[in-house]
Write a protein that binds this ligand. Structure first.
Ligand code: SF4
Length: 281
């Protein structure tokens, strides 16, 4: 088994302590996109530089101190962009299975570096699921918003579908930028691959964005987008972006039980997770 000698910066990990499905979110910082509306601090290479073995030790130590639940039901590897160092990610997936005893591993990615061969070896390493963000179908919009072409992202959707990994796609609806018509283009494209692909349309949240490029879409607009996409795809949902909030100085007990963010120095912070889940990328 190939061991990665590489390093990735890790700002924190997040433990969900809710049983019966305890999960861990692993944030690898640094990204090859520069999305104007990105709300993740992990777009920049912040945090502590770690090898895979150091990261696995950090995860095991954090889980032992704050949760002590094994096996962990799931791990979500997110960012930033987790695929920037391909060997690092492969080694991390393998060791999450063998050294942390995680049952189900999800990769959250912008898909830019997911070529066919890499998808194949990721599956072979033990990865179970991929959540692919398609920011836009029209390449000029994608380039404007992310700084990069979407050609390999769209190819990645095909490779992932062929791979038979569990697979779902998300797009953020941004009024005036990624509109209902653009969502329909993405849905039409995905339907040509497989009309059963799961597709979720997320609300843009200007409060958390680096650049307030647009406003929050209305519920009515999200509903229209869901209806448009549903003309092509069988599994379409609309929802909020996962919202995360740090606890107030005097957090309510019921809000602080389930989520703990652990920093590399082992300091912690309670997280309030709202319906719709919690994701960084
Ligand atoms: S939204 Fe995701 S892909 Fe875009 S810059 Fe932020 S971390 Fe990178």
């Amino acid at each position: 088994m190939e061991t990665s000698e590489g390093y990735r910066n890790v700002p924190f990990i997040t433990l969900s302590l809710s049983e019966p499905k305890p999960h861990i979110w692993i944030t690898l910082s640094g990204c090859n996109f520069k999305c104007k509306g990105c709300f993740s601090i992990a777009r920049d290479p912040v945090g502590e530089s770690m090898t895979v073995n150091e990261l696995i030790n950090f995860i095991n130590r954090s889980n032992w101190i704050y949760s002590n639940i094994t096996p962990l039901e799931g791990a979500i590897i997110t960012g930033g962009e987790p695929t920037l160092d391909k060997n690092f990610l492969l080694d991390l997936v393998r060791k999450l299975k063998t050294k942390v005893d995680v049952k189900h591993i999800t990769l959250s990615t912008n898909g830019y570096l997911l070529d066919k061969e890499y998808v194949r070896v990721l599956k072979g390493s033990g990865l179970n699921e991929v959540k692919l963000d398609i920011k836009a179908y029209t390449n000029s919009i994608h380039r404007w918003y992310t700084g990069m072409s979407n050609r390999t992202v769209l190819d990645a959707a095909r490779h992932l579908c062929e791979s038979e990994l569990e697979f779902r796609v998300e797009t953020v609806l941004m009024p005036g930028i990624v509109e209902v018509e653009e969502i329909e283009r993405i849905a039409s494209f995905l339907a040509q691959i497989d009309p059963g692909i799961k597709y979720k349309i997320i609300k843009f949240a200007p409060g958390e964005a680096r650049e307030k490029v647009t406003r929050r879409p209305t519920d009515e607009k999200i509903e229209r987008a869901v209806n448009s996409a549903s003309k092509y795809l069988r599994n379409v949902a609309g929802g909020k972006a996962c919202v995360q909030e740090f606890s107030t100085p005097e957090p309510k007990e019921e809000n602080t039980k389930k989520w703990i963010r652990v920093y590399p120095d082992m300091k912690t912070e309670a997280i309030i997770a709202k319906p719709g889940g919690f994701e960084v990328s």
